[in-house]
Design a protein around this ligand. Structure first.
Ligand SMILES: N[C@@H](CCC(=O)N[C@@H](CS)C(=O)NCC(=O)O)C(=O)O
Length: 202
C-alpha cells in the first residue's frame, strides 16, 4: 500500500492530516505535478483525472478523492472517529464537510486554478472567474466566522474531517491573498487551535 501525492498541494495534505490524527503511517510516493508527471499516461492509469492524492492498495486497486481515501482508513481504524459517531453525528459531519468543500475549498482552489500560470494549458482558465471565486471565498470565511461563534469545531464539539478540509483550504488561500481578517475572531480562534494539533504539520 502507498499513497501517490504531492507534498505541497492541499488535497494530499488533507489525507496526511487525517492519517496523523489516526496515528497511521502509510508510505508516500511523490508525484512531480510541477513537471506534469500526473498528466502523463502512466499516472492516468492510476487516476484518469490526473489528480493527487491516489491510494494504491496491495491488490492493485487505486482510490482517488481525498475523502474516499479518508473514509477507507476510517472504516479500518475507527478511533478516533473523524466522520462522526452515530447516525445524526455522521450526517452532521457529512453536511459540514460538504459545506467546507463547496463553500470554502472550491472557491479558494478556483481563485488559484483560474488565474495562476501553474494551470495554464492544463485547464480552461478565466481570470474573471478567479476574482469572483476569491470574493465568494471571502464571503464563505465571513459566514464561517459567524458559525464558529457558538461551538469549538466546525461540526460541533468534536474535531472532524470538516475541520481538516477547512483549515487546509484556508492555509492554501494565502497564495491567492485570501486570509482570515482581523475582525474574524471566531475563525482566528478556531484556526489557531486546529493548527496547534501535531497532525497539522503532517
Ligand atoms: N477532489 C479531489 C481533488 C484533487 C486535486 O485537485 N488535486 C490537485 C492537488 S491539490 C492536483 O492533483 N492538481 C494537479 C493537476 O490538476 O494537475 C480530491 O479530493 O482528491
Amino acid at each position: 500500500m502507498k499513497i501517490h501525492e504531492s507534498h505541497n498541494a492541499p488535497n494530499p495534505r488533507r489525507v496526511r492530516f487525517f492519517l496523523a490524527e489516526k496515528g497511521l503511517e502509510v508510505p508516500y510516493e511523490e508525484v512531480d505535478i510541477v513537471n506534469r508527471v500526473n498528466r502523463a499516461d502512466e499516472f492516468r492509469q492510476k487516476n484518469p483525472l490526473s489528480t493527487v492524492p491516489v491510494l494504491e492498495l496491495d491488490d492493485g486497486t487505486f482510490i482517488s478523492e481525498s475523502v474516499a481515501i479518508c473514509r477507507y482508513f476510517e472504516e479500518l481504524h475507527p478511533q478516533p472517529p473523524l466522520f462522526g459517531t452515530d447516525a445524526k453525528d455522521r450526517a452532521l459531519v457529512e453536511m459540514w464537510n460538504r459545506r467546507m468543500e463547496f463553500n470554502i475549498l472550491q472557491p479558494i482552489a478556483d481563485a488559484f486554478r483560474q488565474r495562476h500560470d501553474f494551470f495554464k494549458g492544463r485547464i480552461r482558465q478565466l481570470h474573471e472567474y478567479a476574482e469572483v471565486q476569491r470574493l465568494n471565498a471571502e464571503d464563505g470565511l465571513d459566514w464561517l466566522d459567524r458559525e464558529l461563534g457558538n461551538r469549538q469545531f466546525i461540526a460541533g464539539e468534536r474535531f472532524s474531517i470538516a475541520d481538516i478540509t477547512a483549515v487546509v483550504a484556508i492555509d492554501f488561500g494565502r497564495v491567492s491573498k485570501i486570509t482570515i481578517k482581523p475582525d474574524q475572531q471566531n475563525l482566528a480562534r478556531w484556526h489557531a487551535e486546529v493548527s496547534a494539533r501535531p497532525s497539522a504539520k503532517a
